[in-house]
Ligand binder design. Structure first.
Ligand SMILES: CC(=O)SCCNC(=O)CCNC(=O)[C@H](O)C(C)(C)COP(=O)(O)OP(=O)(O)OC[C@H]1O[C@@H](n2cnc3c(N)ncnc32)[C@H](O)[C@@H]1OP(=O)(O)O
Ligand SMILES: CC(=O)C(=O)O
Length: 540
């Protein structure tokens, strides 16, 4: 029997605080999930929200799904109402999806206190609604809300809800850990015990786990190991409160660790792209540290790791990152050893294995610089310049030699504050003096520098300052605080980050700006091959 990968990003995922998808967002996410190979996409609750009703209307003509079928979500009929007269059930039919997923109360305390009806009426609501939808040609899944809590409190009643759903013609009954309080061992025990009591094989059941104990992924995997074949997840674990089981971690675990063929061939390697695209649509920053798909999921900082990775990357990676579309990265920090520096340099296109002396010097210099506030972890471009500076013939030409710079800040009588910078330098043998204004000292100095250089390097016109971050670092051992500046530059084709550190924020920014221009020009001009020549200014 095949596995049913059921994604509820567009329904339960949208219940996360801060998410508000438009219909266009929902359609785009549905296409991504389909590409990823899930079997079911729960699109929302038609009739509850106009946006969801509209989504199902547009999906009929605008979605051409290859792997997935659409699912409409709703609840069982209201107590005391004929199912044929229930407007919410009618909206489910109007959505015209092949599959409907119904939420049903399965904890007697919720039936009596939240639904304010009797146990028998709730059973009739479940049976009637499922049967009605099945009689209209729908496949029906039933999400039993508070299943595990209800089962613990009154196993007979919860079992009777499962039987009512199957009696109505449900294809799967889904055990929901609605409050998310379960642990993996409890899930395993509960499924073993209840399949016996219910007389229902585990492969007829589904699992839906909220993440309130941070165990949603583990709970889902435990349920599958206990025989469940239908599991409900959301992309990146988005969902109500701490969220749901993360689709990417669940399928990667099932496929890579347990060898279960849950996705069609060729889909798992799209995990990183699909995860990040959905984060963008949700207007959330992708989680760098998310298992499997985060940018840091295979990033190694410790020198000892790197030295083993040099021998075989799998010595310190639990899987090959490529199987989920990720990359391994080596981070260069004070924790780096020679192997980290060698691997990172290789990643940047510089082979240090034949330059043991340079390797030792760079390793030591990185440690010394990091000790006084530099950080190369996020500043590959400055790191590359530093390494090249130590390798004979590898250094890039610096585009100019600085004579001096000066920055003034003027507070005018009308309250405006203007900065003015003058840069004096030699560019290709010519003395250049430029002055520029800016809304702050760093902006002014950047303008003056570029104005002076553009005549000689017209490609600078494409460079723009994409991001500028300043961090004041506490002084240690009685020293003054220092300022670390990270500058991200873009030429619309690529981005690169440089770093500068100094007691003075303008000087720290100057270092980062000069590295940014030097690196950018070396990588965008035809003369990008290493050029001999002096370093007018170095990053150290
Ligand atoms: C665990 C989950 O995440 S389930 C999914 C929950 N998702 C949502 O609630 C998001 C969308 N919800 C909504 O837009 C609204 O809550 C609606 C449109 C569904 C209902 O709105 P209202 O009619 O104003 O009702 P309200 O939200 O106040 O209360 C829910 C009603 O559904 C009833 N209800 C709750 N669960 C069920 C169920 N399984 N079967 C039948 N009725 C149910 C409640 O008893 C209550 O009925 P009442 O209005 O007669 O008291
Ligand atoms: C149905 C659902 O989302 C839950 O019980 O958590």
């Amino acid at each position: 029997m095949s596995y049913q990968v059921f994604d509820t990003s567009l329904r339960d995922g949208a219940q996360r605080e801060g998410i508000s998808y438009s219909v266009v967002d929902k359609l785009a996410i549905a296409r991504l999930l389909d590409e990823f190979g899930v079997g079911f996409i729960e699109g929302g609750w038609p009739g509850a929200m106009p946006k969801d009703t509209e989504f199902f209307r547009r999906a009929k003509t605008e979605l051409d799904l290859k792997h997935a079928v659409l699912v409409a979500f709703g609840s069982t009929r209201k107590a005391g109402v004929d199912v044929a007269d229930d407007q919410q059930v009618k909206a489910l039919l109007d959505a015209e999806t092949p599959v409907v997923c119904l939420v049903a109360k399965s904890d007697i305390r919720h039936v009596e206190r939240a639904l304010r009806t009797t146990g028998d009426e709730n059973l009739a609501m479940v049976r009637d609604t499922v049967a009605f939808l099945v009689s209209h040609g729908r496949r029906v899944f039933v999400d039993c809300e508070h299943f595990f809590d209800g089962y613990r409190h009154d196993p007979d009643y919860t079992a009777s809800v499962v039987h009512a759903a199957f009696a109505g013609g449900a294809e799967r009954v889904v055990m929901c850990d609605t409050n998310g309080g379960m642990l993996p061992s409890q899930i395993t025990r509960a499924i073993g015990e209840l399949t016996e009591r219910l007389g229902v094989p585990a492969d007829q059941l589904g699992i839906h786990c909220q993440n309130d104990t941070s165990c949603a992924v583990a709970n889902t995997v435990a349920a599958v190991e206990a025989g469940v074949r239908h599991f409900q997840c959301t992309a990146n674990g988005y969902g109500e409160r701490p969220g749901n089981a993360d689709l990417f971690a669940v399928v990667a675990n099932l496929q890579l660790k347990l060898g279960l063929p849950v996705l069609p061939d060729g889909c798992l390697e799209k995990a990183v792209r699909v995860s990040h695209a959905i984060a963008e649509i949700a207007n959330l920053t992708p989680d760098t540290h998310q298992a499997y798909v985060g940018a840091a999921a295979f990033a190694h900082k410790a020198g000892l790791h790197a030295s083993a990775i040099k021998v075989d990357p799998l010595l310190y990676n639990h899987v090959d990152p490529a199987v989920v579309g990720n990359d391994m990265r080596i981070l260069v920090t004070e924790m780096a050893g020679r192997a980290s520096i060698e691997l990172k340099s290789r990643e940047l296109g510089i082979e240090l294995s034949g330059h043991q002396d340079a390797l030792s010097k760079v390793t030591q210099q990185v440690k010394d610089l990091e000790a006084v506030g530099w950080s190369f972890e996020a500043a590959d471009a400055s790191f590359e310049l530093l390494v090249r500076d130590h390798v004979p013939g590898a250094a890039y030409d610096r585009p100019f030699e600085l004579e001096s710079y000066r920055v003034l800040v003027e507070h005018r009588a009308d309250g405006t504050v203007v900065s003015e910078a003058t840069v004096k330098m030699r560019v290709r043998g010519e003395r250049v003096i430029t002055t520029a204004e800016g809304n702050g000292p760093v902006n002014a100095i950047d303008e003056a520098l570029r104005t002076g250089l553009t005549a000689h390097y017209p490609e600078l016109a494409n460079f723009e300052l994409a991001d500028y971050k300043v961090r004041i670092l506490e002084g240690s051992h009685g020293t003054n605080a220092v300022t670390r500046v990270l500058v991200e530059t873009s030429d619309k084709q690529r981005d690169w980050t440089t770093v500068g550190v100094h007691d003075n924020v303008v000087e720290a920014s100057w270092h980062a700006l000069v590295d940014a221009l030097t690196y950018g020009l070396a990588h965008t001009t035809p003369a990008s091959a290493p050029r001999s020549g002096s370093w007018g200014n170095s990053s150290q």
